[in-house]
Design a protein around this ligand. Structure first.
Ligand code: HEC
Ligand code: HEC
Ligand code: HEC
Ligand code: HEC
Ligand code: HEC
Length: 290
């Protein structure tokens, strides 16, 4: 009988150990590869462009992209350049929608197929009009002579290493490439108060999340208000920003009040449970004394 039990045990345990061994091998051979997990689904744009055969200067593009905000949001090569990320042979054929590299002037349309509101503001702006007409202001002559033009999206954001935007992009080094910093500074000042408010509400929401509360509606409202407000910068018209600041202040105050009310509720709930704890502890002491 005992032998039978041992035999049955071996029969059951053996595959388990074998499986454990296979799993170790699997982990060693597969999961340690840099591409495991991250790129489980094969994307031939990335694997070919990151390979050693790619010409220097091009190989870094995949590295830059990997650390971008777009990569974190699953916006990949083909989302911007088109093409077929599943077919190595025809990946870059126009029949599969490949559009290649946009010209300097076409970059706003290239990015604007997703950033629609921003494209609209940009087109109406001094920057957008100058880009379209190739027109020049006297202050821009030196830049034009140096081969530059009005800015497109990439001038300010980059192309592959794009990070989350903020008013820090408005800085002397970038904005004085074509004109005086005075104009840029007026924009920054007009944006500052509202940006500051957006930042503070964002932090309150993060604090609530750390307590395990997810104010979804407030977060969504903040995100869409922020997106709408930030499109305003792209008009590069400080008067438009100033005119609409009151409206945005009202909307943001409303979100702020909601978040504060949620926080207050949380505090009250915490106080109540502390009260309950004390009551039970007190009852416990009384019972044990009895
Ligand atoms: C099998 C390898 C391979 C695959 C797969 C591949 N590429 Fe390329 N790609 C190249 C090479 C090589 C070049 C450089 C050509 C040259 O020397 O100018 C290039 C150039 C490019 C360029 C710029 C040059 C141009 O003329 O338009 C873009 C943009 C690009 N690839 C995007 C993509 C995208 C997006 C995908 C996936 C849908 C992709 N590639 C898939 C090998 C590949
Ligand atoms: C957010 C949109 C976007 C994404 C995502 C993106 N690109 Fe690009 N790419 C651009 C723009 C815009 C340009 C042209 C401006 C420039 O060169 O910076 C460009 C240029 C290029 C070029 C030509 C560079 C040169 O010097 O001529 C190559 C090659 C390229 N991209 C490959 C890729 C590959 C590979 C990926 C994915 C790893 C990728 N791109 C992802 C927007 C994008
Ligand atoms: C296929 C759609 C798509 C294209 C094309 C695209 N983007 Fe984006 N972009 C996104 C998404 C999705 C996000 C992440 C959500 C967000 O933050 O708004 C994002 C985020 C951004 C951000 C950060 C926003 C923030 O929250 O601070 C910037 C800046 C940006 N994109 C600029 C560009 C530029 C410049 C181009 C062209 C070179 C471009 N995008 C092309 C979809 C796209
Ligand atoms: C590549 C060149 C270039 C860069 C870089 C640049 N600008 Fe401009 N800017 C122009 C041109 C061209 C115009 C429109 C013609 C003019 O009024 O001089 C302009 C106009 C403006 C105007 C006036 C718009 C109007 O309607 O009167 C403001 C404000 C402005 N830019 C802000 C900025 C800020 C802020 C930055 C940096 C984030 C910046 N610019 C970077 C070229 C540039
Ligand atoms: C002159 C510089 C400049 C140019 C040109 C420019 N941007 Fe921006 N962009 C900024 C600045 C500065 C901010 C941040 C504004 C703020 O914080 O209020 C920003 C913010 C953004 C955001 C973030 C919006 C959000 O919801 O957080 C996106 C996306 C974006 N830009 C895309 C684009 C696209 C697409 C283009 C071309 C059509 C473009 N930008 C052209 C300077 C520029």
């Amino acid at each position: 009988m005992r032998n039978i039990i041992i035999a049955v045990a071996i029969i059951f345990l053996l595959p388990a150990t074998v499986r454990a061994g296979y799993r170790q091998d699997f982990e060693k051979e597969f999961l340690t590869k840099t591409w495991a997990g991250v790129q489980m689904e094969e994307n031939v744009c990335i694997s070919c462009h990151a390979s050693d055969t790619m010409k220097p200067g091009y190989r870094e593009i995949t590295e830059e992209w990997r650390s971008s905000w777009h990569a974190q949001n699953n916006i990949s090569c083909e989302d911007c350049h088109g093409g077929d990320p599943k077919d190595p042979a025809l990946a870059m054929s126009p029949q599969r929608g490949f559009v290649g590299v946009p010209t300097y002037k076409d970059v706003p349309d290239f990015c604007g197929k997703c950033h629609i509101g921003i494209l609209a503001s940009f087109r109406e702006s001094g920057h957008g009009k100058a880009l379209k007409s190739g027109g020049v202001s006297p202050s821009c002559m030196t830049q034009i002579k140096a081969g530059g033009k009005a800015p497109n999206c990439v001038t300010c954001h980059g192309s592959h290493n794009i990070q989350k935007a903020s008013i820090d992009i408005i800085n002397e080094q970038l904005c004085t490439k074509c004109h005086s910093y005075e104009r840029a500074k007026i924009m920054k000042q007009a944006l500052f108060l509202t940006e500051d408010k957006i930042g503070r509400i964002g932090k309150s929401i993060e604090a609530l999340k750390r307590e395990g509360i997810y104010p979804e509606t407030d977060e969504k409202n903040l995100f869409s208000t922020q997106a709408e407000f930030r499109a305003l910068f792209h008009t590069v018209d400080a008067n438009i920003v100033k005119e609409r600041t009151d409206e945005f202040t009202t909307r943001l105050d409303q979100i702020d009040n909601n978040v504060k009310a949620t926080y207050q509720e949380l505090k009250q709930r915490k106080n109540f449970s502390a009260f309950l704890m004390l009551t039970f502890a007190g009852m416990g002491i009384v019972i044990s004394l009895l």
